[in-house]
Design a binder for this molecule. Structure first.
Ligand SMILES: C[S@@+](CC[C@H](N)C(=O)[O-])C[C@H]1O[C@@H](n2cnc3c(N)ncnc32)[C@H](O)[C@@H]1O
Length: 470
C-alpha cells in the first residue's frame, strides 16, 4: 500500500471509530486504483448480501427546497419558516435547538443591509454545515477528491451574488472546497419518508465507478449507509458502485459521467457495443432494419454502423434522434396507455424495443400504471414491462441491485392481483419466491415497503444491521 492510501485508511479508521462503526476484521482496504487515484478492494471473498462496511455522514443536508420538511430532523409536522429570517424551515422543537441556533446565527452574521435571504438557503445548508465540523471531520473532507471546475460551488455564488451575503475569505474558501468535495463524492440519502437528502460519507466516497457495479447500498433510520455485495466478490477485486443510471445506454452514461464527474468510463460494459447483448444503444437501420450500433463506444463523436448492411451513421445524428424521441414522450402521463400505443407506433420504425428510450418508457409505464383499478389488459402490460426490464438487468449482470428489488416487489403485487382475477401470467414466476428475493435485497433499508417489512417479521429476521455486522 502506498503512503497516500495508508494515510487515507488512518483517517477513515478514525472517522469510523469516532462513530462506533469500526470493525477490526474489515472486508475492505484502500489501494491504488487502476482507473483513477484510490479505490477500495476486497480483503477476502465476499458473498452476495454480505455487509462490506457501514459508513456515517460527516455532512448531511437537504438536496432541494422542501418547504414542508424540517432541515434538522427531516420530519414533516408543523413546519414553519424561521422567524429570524435565516431562510430555513424547521419543526417547533428543532427551531429552539442548539443545532439550528448555531446555523441561524452564522447566516445572520453574514447579512448586511442589502442582503436578501430566501428559502434557497436550504440547498446551501450542507456546505455551510462544514463550518461547524471539528478538525477530525475537516481532515476527512480534505482527503477526498474535489471537483475544481467553475460549475462547482454554485451554493457560494448563490449566497454571495443572489442573497448578497458577506462571507469572510476563510469561510468562503472552506465552503468552496466543501462544495467541490460534495459534488465529487456526495450520495443521495433516502430517509424513511420525505424528500431525499445529500450526504458525504468518507469511506463510501473512495469507491470508484463501474457500469457493472458489484455492490449496492441502503440507508437506515439514522442515515448510516450500509454497503452490501450485490454479487460474489473475489479477494483482491476492486469494489465498484455505479454513479450513473443502469438503464441508460453507453453514450448517455459516458456523456453524463464526463459532464458531472469529469471522467470517461472504460468499464467492460462501455467497451462492448452491444452492452452484454442488451443492445440498449441500438437504432434501426433506415436501409435494412438491422441494428445500428457504435463501432467503438469508447470514442465520443465516432461512427455507428449497421450490424447487417454496414451502413454508417454519425453519432451526432443518433444523439439528436434519441433526444427528440425522449423529449416527445417525457411528460405524457395523462391517459398513459394512449401514449404507450402512440409511442410504439411512432418509434417502431426508428428504435427497437431494447433501446434505452423505449426501456425508459416501459419503466415509467410500470410506475404510472397503478393498482387495483387497472383493467386486466393493463395489468398484463405492466407485468410484461416488469419482466422485460428485469431481464435486461439480468443481462447487464448488476446482481442484486436496488432496482431489481423495486421491480421484484412491484412484480409480486402485479402477479398477486392477476392471480386474484383468475389470470396466470407466467408459471415460471412464483410470487412467494419473488417476494423473498425482494426482501433480501431490501434488507436494512429504512425506506422498504410494508410488505417487505412483514416478510422480515414473519421470518424473525433482525432488521438491525449491528446483529449481522459486528
Ligand atoms: C467518488 S471519487 C472516487 C475515489 C477517487 N478515485 C479518489 O481517489 O478519491 C470519484 C472520482 O474518482 C474518479 N473515478 C471514479 N471512477 C472512475 C472510473 N471508472 N474511471 C476513471 N475515473 C474514475 C473520478 O475522478 C471521479 O470524479
Amino acid at each position: 500500500m502506498d503512503g497516500l492510501c495508508h494515510e487515507t485508511e488512518k483517517i477513515i479508521e478514525n472517522h469510523l471509530r469516532r462513530r462506533g462503526i469500526w470493525k477490526d476484521e474489515k472486508l475492505w482496504e484502500v489501494g491504488k486504483s487502476r482507473f483513477s487515484g484510490r479505490g477500495v478492494y476486497a480483503t477476502r471473498d465476499i458473498q452476495p448480501g454480505e455487509i462490506i462496511f457501514v459508513d456515517s455522514p460527516v455532512i448531511l443536508g437537504p438536496r432541494a427546497i422542501p418547504e414542508n420538511t424540517c432541515v434538522s430532523c427531516y420530519n414533516d409536522t408543523n413546519i414553519v419558516l424561521c422567524p429570524m429570517s435565516c431562510g430555513l424551515y424547521l419543526c417547533p422543537s428543532c427551531l429552539d435547538g442548539d443545532k439550528h441556533s448555531q446555523e441561524c446565527a452564522k447566516i445572520n452574521s453574514w447579512k448586511t443591509e442589502k442582503s436578501f435571504v430566501t428559502d434557497r438557503m436550504m440547498i446551501c445548508l450542507a456546505p455551510i454545515r462544514s463550518l461547524f465540523l471539528d478538525d477530525s471531520d475537516r481532515e476527512s473532507i480534505s482527503m477526498l477528491e474535489a471537483h475544481r471546475e467553475p460549475q462547482h460551488g454554485i451554493e457560494v455564488d448563490l449566497m454571495k451574488k443572489k442573497m448578497l451575503l458577506e462571507l469572510c475569505d476563510e469561510e468562503e474558501n472552506w465552503i468552496r472546497l466543501t462544495c467541490a468535495v460534495l459534488d465529487a463524492n456526495s450520495f443521495e440519502v433516502l430517509p424513511k419518508t420525505g424528500p431525499t437528502l445529500r450526504g458525504l460519507f468518507p469511506l463510501s466516497s473512495l469507491l470508484n465507478h463501474s457500469c457493472v457495479p458489484n455492490v449496492m447500498h441502503v440507508f437506515d433510520e439514522d442515515h448510516h449507509m450500509i454497503l452490501k455485495a450485490a454479487k460474489p466478490i473475489k479477494k483482491g477485486e476492486e469494489i465498484f458502485l455505479t454513479y450513473s443510471r443502469i438503464l441508460w445506454c453507453t453514450l448517455s452514461r459516458r456523456t453524463h459521467l464526463l459532464r458531472t464527474k469529469h471522467f470517461a468510463c472504460e468499464c467492460p460494459r462501455c467497451h462492448d457495443p452491444t452492452e452484454f447483448g442488451t443492445n440498449l444503444s441500438a437504432m434501426l437501420c433506415e436501409s435494412c432494419s438491422g441494428f445500428v450500433l457504435p463501432k467503438n463506444p469508447l470514442i465520443f463523436n465516432g461512427v455507428w454502423t449497421c450490424n447487417s448492411c454496414d451502413r454508417q451513421v454519425e453519432e451526432s445524428k443518433i444523439a439528436f434522434i434519441m433526444s427528440v424521441l425522449a423529449k416527445r414522450f417525457s411528460d405524457v402521463d395523462e391517459d398513459h396507455m394512449k401514449s404507450f400505443d402512440l409511442f410504439r407506433s411512432k418509434s417502431e420504425k426508428i428504435i427497437p424495443k431494447c433501446n434505452q428510450v423505449s426501456l425508459e418508457f416501459m419503466y415509467r409505464t410500470i410506475w404510472i400504471l397503478g393498482g387495483a383499478e387497472l383493467s386486466d389488459e393493463h395489468f398484463q402490460i405492466k407485468g410484461e414491462c416488469l419482466k422485460y426490464v428485469l431481464d435486461v438487468l439480468m443481462k447487464l449482470d448488476v446482481g442484486a441491485s436496488k432496482m431489481r428489488g423495486l421491480l421484484l416487489h412491484e412484480l409480486y403485487k402485479c402477479q398477486k392481483e392477476l392471480i386474484s382475477r383468475g389470470i396466470v401470467m407466467d408459471e415460471k414466476f412464483n410470487e412467494d419466491e419473488i417476494l423473498e428475493e425482494a426482501a433480501e435485497i431490501y434488507m436494512f433499508d429504512v425506506s422498504a415497503p410494508e410488505i417487505i417489512k412483514n416478510v422480515w417479521k414473519k421470518k424473525n429476521l433482525s432488521t438491525d444491521w449491528n446483529d449481522y455486522f459486528f
